[in-house]
Design a binder for this molecule. Structure first.
Ligand code: ATP
Ligand code: MG
Length: 179
């Protein structure tokens, strides 16, 4: 029997300068998986295997596939490397294919807003991808600096704002919290 599909897949955006965008998307993924949906997350500009979500998905969540399309090092906004650009473009091609094929009910494009802001990928291509999204696919975009055009197309936009973050009292990234 074919699995139950989302009746009306929408476009959600998690943006802003506070902590909680990628983890909000992962929370949605867990919720969707609980109802039997399949979720694909593509992480732009990330290459480290040390993210807890990668290990959790691999060990415990067969219906959550996470693929990275970036280097382990930070991307320099003013001067991204060729590999940074190439990996981001490959990531976008993968995203388009996954959305088109409809094997997943929810597709999360993590940090895609940052990849757009850094000009690693082209906004018109992303807009076309959004406009051609099949009805049964829920699309979730994360990252700071969401372009106005994407806000216009979205059904839900949440802006997480920074009120406090332990980074500002000298606490560096913590295992299980930041990664
Ligand atoms: P998370 O992955 O924890 O949900 P996020 O996706 O909202 O965070 P990003 O903007 O992708 O955050 O930043 C990645 C990392 O930087 C996160 O681990 C987060 O804790 C940290 N971070 C987020 N906001 C700030 C901030 N204002 N100052 C310093 N570090 C931050
Ligand atoms: Mg994030």
């Amino acid at each position: 029997m074919p699995r139950k599909r989302m009746t009306k897949g929408m476009l959600q955006v998690y943006t802003g300068n506070g902590k909680g965008k990628t983890t909000a998307a992962l929370g949605l993924a867990v919720r969707a998986i609980g109802h039997g949906y399949k979720v694909f997350m593509l992480q732009f500009m990330k290459g480290s295997k040390d993210y807890g979500e990668l290990q959790a998905a691999e060990k415990y969540l067969p219906n959550l596939i996470i693929v990275q399309s970036g280097l382990e090092t930070f991307v320099c906004k003013e001067n991204p490397s060729r590999t940074d650009i190439e990996l981001a473009r490959q990531g976008l091609e993968t995203a388009k294919k996954v959305i088109r094929e409809e094997h997943y009910d929810m597709v999360i494009l993590d940090e895609i807003n940052v990849a757009l802001d850094f000009n690693l990928i082209d906004l018109t291509e992303v807009v076309d991808m959004i406009k051609n999204k099949p009805n049964h696919v829920e699309l979730v975009l994360t990252g700071r600096y969401v372009p106005a055009k994407i806000v216009e197309l979205a059904d839900l936009v949440t802006e997480v704002s920074l009120v406090k973050h332990p980074y500002y009292k000298g606490v560096s990234a913590r295992k299980g919290i930041e990664y």
